[in-house]
Ligand binder design. Structure first.
Ligand SMILES: [Zn+2]
Length: 217
């Protein structure tokens, strides 16, 4: 049976890290919206070209174009046995679009579809954001509260002075999460009613959360 997993979780919930690990052990294709858009632009597909024209102007790519790109991507051979979709949908409107796409591409497939929700209290998320530092040289990200760095304030990989992003402060983080939860609440509700929502406890170490994730998929 074709396995389809849709990952939903707030920023800093660890969703990206966990999804990468999961793709490795399951062999399912990890499809995330950011890479998908970049891939479409690079391939110069018709939808990719339209997407580029918006990105070049610094505008959001319209949802119908994103939908075309998602459909093209999920129809490729490497998604034949299933995929893990990450970054879409983020709202009820996008969930309805995804319903249509999946209906079209899975006309002749038996599908095991699950929506995995990374459940973690807002206070913990805010805490992660304010303690987050990144390396301007190699891009590595560290949590200065939970990780013991070899040299205080320096990158463990390349010893460059770590920096904090300007919007990684409590006020901005809280407002970002409020917006996120407002948008996703109806989406979670919808998948819950359909009986395909699986909540996992996303608080803990990377290994602990990964264990929680493995048992539900
Ligand atoms: Zn570094």
């Amino acid at each position: 049976m074709k396995k389809e997993l849709i990952m939903v979780g707030p920023p800093a919930s660890g969703k990206g890290t966990q999804t990468k690990k999961l793709a490795e052990i399951t062999g399912l294709k990890h499809v995330d919206t950011g890479s998908m858009l970049r891939e479409a632009v690079a391939s110069e597909s018709e939808a990719g070209k339209i997407a580029k024209s918006f990105m070049d102007k610094g505008q959001l790519v319209p949802v119908d174009i994103v939908a075309r790109i998602i459909k093209e991507r999920l129809s490729k051979d490497d998604c034949k046995n299933g995929f893990i979709l990450d970054g879409f949908p983020r709202s009820l409107e996008q969930a309805e679009i995804l319903d249509k796409i999946l209906k079209e591409i899975d006309e002749n497939n038996e599908v095991d579809l699950k929506v995995i929700y990374f459940d973690i209290p807002v206070d913990n998320l805010v805490d992660r954001i304010v303690n987050r530092r990144s390396c301007p040289n190699c891009g590595a990200i560290f949590n200065i509260k939970t990780m013991k760095l070899k040299n205080d304030g320096k990158c463990d990989n390349c010893n460059t002075e770590l920096v904090q992003r300007a919007d990684d402060n409590e006020t901005t983080a809280k407002s970002r999460f409020n917006t996120y939860f407002e948008q996703t609440a109806p989406l979670i509700d919808l998948y819950n009613k359909r009986g395909i929502l699986v909540k996992i406890k996303a608080l803990g170490t990377i290994e602990e959360v990964f264990e929680n994730l493995k048992v539900v998929i």
